[in-house]
Design a protein around this ligand. Sequence first.
Ligand SMILES: [Zn+2]
Ligand SMILES: [Zn+2]
Length: 373
Amino acid sequence: MSSTEKTNLESLSSCLATMGPKENEDGDGGDEETSEAATFSSETMVQAQKAKRDQGLYEAEVSFGGEADLHRQIIGCTKNPGHKDFLPFSSLTIDHFPDGYKDEKLLEAVQAWGELVVRIAVDYTSPDRPEFYPDSTDPYPFHQHGGSSMTRYGTGWAAACTKDDGLDVMVFDGDVPCPCEDCEKSGRPATSWGCIVIMTAMHVVFDTSEVERTSVKFFYHDDEDQENTVTLKGKSIKHSDLEMDSDHSEFLAVTHDFEFFEKIRLRSAEANHLIKVAGENYETEETGGLAIVVSHPHGCCKQVTFGRMLERDSLERSERFAYVYSTATCPGSSGGWVWPVGMGVQGRWWYHMAAHSQGLMDRTNMSTGHWIF
Ligand SMILES: [Zn+2]
Ligand SMILES: [Zn+2]
């Protein structure tokens, strides 16, 4: 058995372990309660299957049964049964990179960006999601769930901003109380706090009404050991534009923990630098190069997948490219970090990355419009 196969099995068994007898953990339930819990769970999974089908090709995960159902859904996955192409992010080494790309600089860049990748959970769907895309008969994902409290899971990645970045709104120091959940509960809110920008796909987080019901989980690298995870609450949408065809969304999450804020800010600056250093050796206009995805498939712990960049399509309205790749994704990967290595503006150190958006009928996968870094 290769080390890759072994790690995948370990990851899956970690999910299996997590799904254990949670409903009954207080120890006072008998067989009857267990079977009731199982029935309830299967009903919620049927509901989730239906809601997922309603989104068409988009790849958000849905749960009506909380996180316990996510661990069941990963095992019942029909897109990538066994998830053999998925690697736990924390076990990534140079050996996992395909031939021609076993390069320490690539590894460092993926580790830096991957650390900024977050699991997103949204437990509300905006009634303002339209029935169709503008000037189109293409249905807009989750329109029919508008106003409901179904939980949608996806992925995103973080960039911290400060006044130094010319974005004054990002750090508040003074009169405005911190709107985070802890401060709201405490009755003595912090008066210094900051915002972290989260990039994701618009079909995952549509507008401010959804951001306000969004939680963002950092450092979710293991399903069992979640001691080092940090969860932030969403505050407001920063950018999403239905008129654009790019499926982009950027929103703000808040924290008054400046040690954490500074850690994300520095890691984000470092990641930006590392991708330029690593991308330089692979600059290309050709298809066939490496395409890497870091995401939270099924809303579970962070995974890395490798594949090839197969195609890039011009998006008319937003004048951006959507990338098509063979790299494996699953429901929950929506909004995940996609790096078509070396694609960007030739000779300028400007590289493209994108968020994952759709799983296509031919089993290839497609991103949102690109961002430039
Ligand atoms: Zn799957
Ligand atoms: Zn706070």
